[in-house]
Design a binder for this molecule. Structure first.
Ligand code: SF4
Length: 363
């Protein structure tokens, strides 16, 4: 358990820690002047929003969804770009400064660069990024950068064609690597992060090649522990290859040294001692980082989730459609955030899975 994770009761209304002004002062208030920041019931300031723009995906990764896919949301069920932009504007005014676009696979949503173009100039949005499986990146990297995208995460679990196809059920490794090469051509798009889901019995043999990729390419390779968010609901704890284990595999070849990460970062950052690149470990199962969580999520069908493992959601779509004002929306979001979960309970007896699978939440 990383330091700072305690079962602390929510901040008492009126207590110093619960006073939005104080927290803002402590951490440099962003957002619209005079608008209190978004603080949850545990005193954490919410600064990061993950927006799922579609639940559809063109891959069928085994740790995410079945080969036949899932029942997709209909076009009229998902938020329009205008609705997404409005919600981002309302949240940015309350201090949300990081926006990440996710899916399913976000690049299957048509005209996605137009959404980026709308979100990039929103006051308060300081960091706009995208998580993609990379298979359409060769086509979209240029238009996304031109529209204002500045950071990228690409999911990649193997550099072997056979193993890649085994895990994604798609023979698309070359397309993904071509997409990464195209992204490299845009120096504005940095850092380029590679997300590898670490699973016991699969990833051990992939680690050296992926670590070596971080040594020879301008990519930060991060290993993310397998989480119980698969639509098949077949996840077992003993399938998790922990960050510590992956690190030992890497360090058996190349020594690593830890580098500082921002408090709310999900990744522990390391660089090769010989200076040849950076590696990260995202260990939500073996080393939870919920105590510094600053994230909330918006699903493609307009539901606000205050935790990846939420069992409840807050409907923003209906108030959007019913003509609610921005301040009504802000009040609803504040209310939801005040009830944000303290932490996930994966390692606790009686753990109950999230009410949606990963592709329906968006990482
Ligand atoms: S599990 Fe929930 S509380 Fe913990 S870091 Fe993830 S989103 Fe935050």
């Amino acid at each position: 358990m990383r330091s700072g994770q305690r079962d602390e009761p929510p901040a008492e209304p009126g207590s110093a820690r619960a006073q939005p002004g104080n927290v803002g002062k402590r951490r440099g208030l962003t957002g619209a002047p005079g608008v209190p920041p978004l603080i949850d019931g545990w005193g954490r300031e919410i600064k990061s929003l993950r927006v799922s723009v579609t639940d559809k995906c063109n891959f069928r990764c085994r740790y995410c969804m079945p080969a036949e896919g899932l029942e997709w949301l209909g076009r009229d069920e998902i938020l329009s770009f205008e609705e997404i932009a409005r919600l981002v504007r309302v949240m940015a005014a309350m201090g949300v400064s990081e926006v990440r676009l996710t899916g399913g696979e976000p690049l299957v949503r048509r005209q996605l660069p137009e959404l980026v173009r709308t979100l990039a100039p929103i006051h308060g949005v300081e960091d706009l990024s995208l998580t993609t499986n990379g298979v359409l990146l060769d086509r979209f990297a240029g238009p996304l950068v031109e529209a204002g995208l500045r950071r990228l995460n690409v999911s990649l679990d193997s550099l072997s064609h056979v193993r890649f196809a085994e895990i994604t059920r798609r023979d698309a490794l070359d397309r993904v690597l071509a997409g990464l090469e195209e992204a490299e051509r845009h120096p504005e798009l940095r850092p380029i992060k590679i997300n590898c889901v670490a699973m016991r019995g699969f990833t051990e043999t992939e680690v050296p090649a992926l670590a070596e990729l971080a040594r020879r390419k301008p990519y930060v390779v991060r290993f993310i522990e397998f989480m119980p968010l698969d639509a098949d609901e077949s996840w077992r704890g003993d399938e998790v290859l922990t960050g510590g284990e992956v690190r030992r595999i890497i360090e058996s070849r190349w020594p690593l040294e830890e580098i500082p990460a921002k408090p709310s970062s999900t990744a522990q950052r390391f660089r090769f001692v010989d200076g040849a690149g950076e590696i990260g470990f995202v260990n939500p199962v073996s080393e939870p980082f919920c105590s510094s969580c600053d994230r909330i999520r918006l699903t493609a069908d307009g539901q606000l989730r205050t935790c990846l493992f939420s069992r409840r959601e807050w409907d923003l779509k209906r108030p959007l459609k019913d003509g609610s004002s921005d301040s009504d929306l802000a009040d609803l979001i504040r209310f939801a955030v005040r009830h944000k979960e303290l932490k996930h309970r994966i390692n606790e007896p009686g753990f109950v899975r999230a009410s949606r699978s990963m592709s329906q939440i968006g990482g």
